[in-house]
Each structure stands twice: as structure tokens, then as C-alpha cells.
Design a protein around this ligand. Structure first.
Ligand SMILES: [Zn+2]
Length: 216
């Protein structure tokens, strides 16, 4: 079996999104690009994260064809593949249905840059891609378009996607997006959320990336 470290990364992150209640049941999915190959390791469709093992992670090409694995890959494989095809800098994709981020996706609203962490880790307002059915090529195309060069995108009436070099980076984007959505909603209750300006956001993001302990 190839790609052992990538398989471990995918499994560990899939179990973490479940333990952190970023998804319910078997929803959500995680993938990692196979280095130097147009292939990805992705969670299988509809399987319990608690009992999943590294051999259950499916190796597929960008057309969704299984290269290695005995299970069907995630139904969102076209979405993950479309991101890798359009973003050579991305090595991992995490998709969750966390409550507060999804509330913004349902309202069709962007998650604003209101925390320093949002500026540092995400680096931009998180926009909502127009609605398309889960697992469809339309969803993949619209998510890629709305994501652009960013690190996170909301899927209307559905959930959140975070991207990064490794699964831990993409997961961190999801955690910060979810926390930002929660704080934004609470601040709105208190009378309004003050956003950081694009200039402040850019500066925070650049400073964070240029220091030794930056994780993204
Ligand atoms: Zn989903």
C-alpha cells in the first residue's frame, strides 16, 4: 500500500472533525493530494470515522476513478479534484458542516474578517458559493470559482471548505472560520461586528506568515 503518511493524515483529520462535532455522523470529507501525481487520497463514502482505518482511505484520480481501495470514494470527490486542478498550491481539502459557518451559508452571507485570527489564518472574508446539489460538477465549479485564490469558501445551504498545504492546515482554517462565524453572530446580537480593514487584514496575514512559528 502506497502513501502511508498521507493516508494517516487523512484518517487523523477525518476522526478529528467527527470528534470536534464539525460534522454529524458520516458527513464531511477530507482529502490529501498525492505528491507529484494527479491523484488524491480521500475518505470513503458513508463510512463511520470511528472504525475507519488507513486502508479504507481511497486513492482516486481527478476523474474520480479508484486507483487503490475497496470502497467508493466520497461523493464530493469532484469538488476536491476541481480544487487540486485549479490550485497547484493546495495539498489538502477539509469539508465540514459546522453549525455557525453553515448558518452563514444558509443565509447566503459572507463570514467577515472580525478577528486577528481570521486575518492571520484565513486572510479574507469567506464568501458563499451559489447553491448546487451535493456531489455535482456544478457545485465543484462554483466552489472553485468562489474560492479563487483564498483558503476557505462556504457552500450555500450546505457547509464549509478549508484548504491548505496539509490536512492540519486546512482543518485549522475550518476551526477559525467556524469560530469567526460564531463570534460574528454574537457580536451582531450585541449591536454589530466591527470588521478589520483590507489593509489591516493583509498586514496581519503577511506578518503571521513571515514569522517562524506560522503554521500556514
Ligand atoms: Zn457536505
Amino acid at each position: 500500500m502506497e502513501y502511508l503518511s498521507e493516508r494517516r493524515e487523512v484518517l487523523k483529520t477525518a476522526q478529528e472533525i467527527s470528534a470536534a462535532k464539525m460534522v454529524t455522523g458520516t458527513w464531511g470529507n477530507v482529502s490529501r493530494k498525492a505528491d507529484n501525481q494527479p491523484l488524491m487520497l480521500i475518505t470513503p463514502s458513508g463510512m463511520n470515522y470511528g472504525t475507519m482505518s488507513i486502508e479504507d482511505i481511497v486513492l482516486v484520480d481527478y476523474q474520480g476513478r479508484v486507483v487503490e481501495g475497496k470502497f467508493k470514494p466520497s461523493v464530493e470527490s469532484p469538488l476536491h479534484a476541481a480544487i487540486y486542478c485549479n490550485r497547484p498550491d493546495v495539498g489538502a481539502v477539509v469539508h465540514v458542516h459546522s453549525t455557525y459557518a453553515t448558518a452563514f451559508a444558509v443565509a447566503g452571507m459572507s463570514i467577515p474578517v472580525i478577528l486577528e485570527e481570521t486575518a492571520q489564518i484565513v486572510g479574507h472574508e469567506i464568501m458563499t458559493a451559489p447553491y448546487a446539489k451535493c456531489g455535482s460538477d456544478d457545485l465543484a465549479a462554483m466552489a472553485v470559482q468562489t474560492l479563487g485564490a483564498g483558503n476557505a469558501v462556504l457552500l450555500a445551504n450546505h457547509g464549509l471548505i478549508g484548504v491548505g498545504k496539509r490536512t492540519a492546515d486546512a482543518l485549522q482554517v475550518c476551526y477559525i472560520a467556524e469560530k469567526t462565524a460564531k463570534v460574528a453572530l454574537l457580536a451582531k446580537v450585541l449591536g454589530g461586528a466591527n470588521t478589520l480593514s483590507p489593509e489591516e487584514t493583509k498586514l496581519l496575514n503577511e506578518n503571521f506568515r513571515s514569522y517562524g512559528q506560522a503554521k500556514v
